[in-house]
Design a protein around this ligand. Structure first.
Ligand code: CU
Length: 368
């Protein structure tokens, strides 16, 4: 019993220390996340106060009015003062919680006057980030090697919390997020930014952050979204504004150059790019060796679509997807060259060796 009380006392006194032990919620690195933390601690203390009073009365009554001492139950059935008290006291408590809560809620919803806007789209199973004013966009996919997932290699420190390309954001600037989804409901959750926003297809929800410290902040999809729900982590890399400006300028000019050059692919080029893109965008469902997980995710090995002579049938499935299945339309997600490379890869990998080479111009021709 004494041990229990000691533990309880330690919990209360050491609450900030327990953040590091991941027992308490993080304080975070934005004004909103810190205010959420403050509100949380404030409510916890009120709860502790209520608990002390309630348990105090119960324990006092148990000891003071115990049967062995000859206690006799009271028989009164009405006490106006008591009733007034248990109406007024909760009212005061609720008001004392409501006022700071509403203040934090209003602060969380203050999306105006943002310095930049990032559109976040959830996909099965990856996140897409678009810097709306700069014309820069990319996908961020899990980078944990498959060997660690299946247990043949030791898991690293950031197992399932690492991506190929993090979301790069400036510190000390107001970043507005618009969050949506391409398929099912996901949720973009980064505890240290104090943000958890549902990504719902057909809707756009907003959030914002002004990050105060450079660093790497990790999060996860927080809405069960299918078999690889645990495989779409979030990594935010916050850098000083000057560094961010340099990064975004480089990305923007790279995006422009890529748009201008549309040359034909050679087969080795297409296979190399296609293999990497296939692993990134298709491997989660169709597996890295193309064997899929039938019957839900079909095998692409020796399928009539990936090896049949009607290449356009193959192109159309990948570009338009299959309605009402997890096979999404990739035409809006990938550019002509990327689609051409992936399709070429599928037609030649896994001993398919059809020799077919799909060119970006063929994809372009089939875009509506
Ligand atoms: Cu998800």
């Amino acid at each position: 019993m004494v041990g229990l009380f000691r533990l309880l006392g330690a919990c209360l006194l050491l609450s900030p220390a327990l953040v590091n032990a991941q027992i308490n919620m993080p304080r975070g690195v934005t004004p909103v996340s810190q205010d959420i933390y403050g509100l949380h601690m404030y409510v916890i203390w009120i709860v502790v106060g209520i608990m002390a009073v309630v348990y105090g009365v119960i324990i006092f009554s148990l000891i003071r009015h115990r049967k062995s001492k000859g206690a006799v139950a009271a028989t009164f059935s009405k006490n106006n003062l008591l009733e007034l008290m248990w109406t007024i006291v909760p009212l005061i408590i609720i008001t004392a919680i409501a006022i700071p809560s509403i203040r934090v809620l209003i602060e969380m919803d203050d999306y105006d006057a943002a310095d930049l806007t990032v559109k976040i789209t959830g996909h099965q199973w990856k996140w897409q980030y678009e810097y709306l004013d700069q014309g820069v966009g990319f996908f961020s996919t899990l980078s944990t090697p498959i060997e660690e997932v299946i247990g043949v290699e030791e898991k690293n420190e950031f197992y399932l919390l690492e991506v190929d390309e993090p979301l790069v954001l400036p510190t000390d600037r107001k970043v507005r997020f618009v969050v949506t989804s391409n398929d099912v409901i996901h949720s973009w959750w980064v505890p240290e930014l104090g943000i958890k926003r549902d990504a719902v297809p057909g809707y756009v929800y907003e959030a914002w952050a002004r990050i105060q410290e450079p660093g790497i902040y990790r999060g996860q999809c927080a809405e069960l979204c299918g078999v690889n729900h645990g495989f779409m982590p979030i990594v935010v890399k916050a850098v000083p504004p000057a560094e961010y400006d340099k990064w975004i300028a480089e990305r923007a000019s790279a995006a422009k150059t890529a748009q201008g050059s549309r040359s034909d692919l050679t087969l080795p080029e297409a296979m190399k790019r296609g293999a990497a893109l296939y692993d990134q965008h298709c491997g989660a469902c169709h597996k890295y060796d193309g064997s899929g997980m039938p019957p839900t995710f079909p095998s692409l090995r020796d399928s009539s679509i990936t090896t049949g002579s009607d290449i356009n049938r193959h192109i159309d499935v990948v570009m338009n997807g299959v309605p009402n299945t997890a096979m999404q339309a990739f035409a809006p997600q990938l550019d002509d060259e990327e689609l051409a490379a992936i399709i070429t890869y599928e037609r030649n990998a896994w001993e398919h060796d059809t020799g077919d080479l799909v060119q970006p111009s063929q994809i372009q021709a089939r875009r509506q």
